[in-house]
Ligand binder design. Structure first.
Ligand SMILES: NC(=O)c1ccc[n+]([C@@H]2O[C@H](COP(=O)([O-])OP(=O)(O)OC[C@H]3O[C@@H](n4cnc5c(N)ncnc54)[C@H](O)[C@@H]3O)[C@@H](O)[C@H]2O)c1
Ligand SMILES: [Zn+2]
Length: 364
């Protein structure tokens, strides 16, 4: 098992451990005891994760004298609403949860975001821990304290920063994920390597598609390294005033593509294509070498992810969501680009040039 630490420089008391390993759910009870005494425990999950991970975990905690109230939400992004948060808070109140209660978010990014947001606002804030069960949640959403829910007009529009007290990522729970979900999660691992970690990039490049096997012994190292990247970036910029924006590599065009495709494309695929476009823009705008650009594109493809805009989507259509999301201001769009593999920079591109670049890049 690897024990990392997400250090928060503004306030070291809020720093927390991030545990990554196999067969480590068994140590959750002792980790909770290390954090202190709590008046009650709420185990929040979704209906899919409930039988797979949440109920066995509840039994294991019970046999170690930690009794939890299990609350299962409906699965999927459509549950990420303020209504779900209100229901959850009402259930906590009915069960007598107070400011000394601890919530456990056991699930993917949706459960983590909802539970974290409820923990941020219930009685003006209660502690919570993250037990992420998807690859995306292990390397990305469980870390850094961004919590929130969607509004009908857009994703993550209601939210709060509220850091967890612990993140425990057990790799064994990933075996029940579909191969598509595993591959999609790798988009965020590749992102971490490209923006910050050339060594992680080399490992990914060497192992390639073998990493999609959930039993691969290198996965622990790889997931821990991707987590370290996120920990380092959050440490430098907790509230996303500047540097944390590099975590959006591939996401500006990725989100635009998700919107242009009416969300009929997975987040991982959209981000992979967004990274593919950003790599080509990096060649043009910040001098990424041809060799590095080719290696980056090859890696994305090796892991079974796309790098090209689907033929049925007009590249021009990507500009509409960029305008709507206020990503284009005064005719300029700021992109996270790569100066080298492992070194991200933020670079302004005038929208007229972006339009030309997109046309050129995507001419099939
Ligand atoms: N807070 C942040 O910083 C941050 C960062 C990135 C993404 N996010 C959010 O994360 C969400 C996406 O997270 P996600 O991809 O984990 O989606 P998700 O939570 O919807 O999980 C995807 C599906 O997998 C199921 N599942 C979860 N664990 C499983 C397991 N071990 N075995 C089998 N099935 C399992 C879930 O029930 C769900 O149906 C989005 O809402 C996104 O906005 C948040
Ligand atoms: Zn993402």
């Amino acid at each position: 098992m690897k024990r990392l630490r997400l250090e928060l420089k503004k306030d070291t008391d809020r720093s927390y451990d991030v545990l990554v390993g196999r067969d480590i759910l068994d140590s959750l009870h002792s980790e909770i005891q290390r954090l202190g005494n709590f008046s009650s425990y709420g185990l929040v999950t979704d209906e899919v994760v409930r039988p797979l991970v949440a109920e066995p975990l509840q039994n294991q905690l019970r046999s170690n004298s930690i009794d939890t109230t299990l609350i299962a939400l409906p699965p999927g992004e459509s549950a990420k609403t303020i209504g779900t948060v209100l229901d959850l808070c009402q259930q906590l109140l009915a069960q007598g949860f107070d400011r000394k209660s601890l919530l456990l978010a056991v699930g993917g990014g949706v459960v983590g975001d909802i539970t974290g947001f409820a923990a941020a606002i219930y009685m003006r804030g209660i502690p919570y821990i993250q037990v992420p069960t998807t690859l995306l949640a292990q390397v990305d959403s469980s870390l850094g304290g961004k919590t929130g829910v969607d509004l009908p007009s857009g994703k993550n529009l209601l939210g709060a920063f509220h850091q967890p007290r612990l993140v425990l990522s057990d790799l064994d729970v990933l075996t029940s994920l579909s191969s598509d979900a595993r591959r999609d999660g790798f988009a965020e691992v590749i992102k971490a390597a490209l923006i910050e970690d050339p060594e992680l990039f080399s490992i990914l490049e060497r192992e390639g598609a073998d990493l999609l096997d959930p039993g691969n012994p290198l996965l622990e190292t790889i997931i821990a390294k991707a987590c370290e990247v996120k920990c380092r970036v959050v440490n430098r910029d907790e509230h996303e005033s500047g540097l944390r924006r590099i975590l959006n590599f591939g996401h500006t065009l990725g989100h635009a593509l998700e919107a242009a495709a009416n969300y009929n494309i997975s987040h991982g695929q959209a981000v992979a294509i967004g990274m593919g476009l950003a790599v080509r823009l990096s060649r043009q705008w910040v001098g990424l070498s041809e060799d590095n650009a080719d290696r980056a594109l090859d890696l994305i493809q090796k892991l079974g992810l796309p790098t090209e805009i689907p033929e049925n989507i007009d590249p021009e259509a990507l500009l509409v969501p960029l305008e709507k999301d206020k990503k284009i201001q005064a005719g300029i769009c700021h992109f996270v680009l790569l100066a080298e593999i492992g070194r991200a920079v933020i670079h302004p591109i005038p929208v007229g040039d972006l339009q030309k670049s997109l046309q050129k890049i995507t001419r099939h």
